[in-house]
Design a protein around this ligand. Sequence first.
Ligand SMILES: [Zn+2]
Length: 56
Amino acid sequence: MSTKKERVKRRKKMGKGSRNCVRCDTHRAIIRSYGLNMCRRCFRETAEKLGFRKYS
Ligand SMILES: [Zn+2]
């Protein structure tokens, strides 16, 4: 059967141009729009400073 060694960390399996968050270095839910390159989590924090407003 399958071994537990299958649990290998995958690196950059996403498409080309995928970047990590510039703040927390995660690669999940990166927002590249507006040239932010942040994850949505950091985006929410930074968005307020940039003048973005919460979607209602
Ligand atoms: Zn982040």
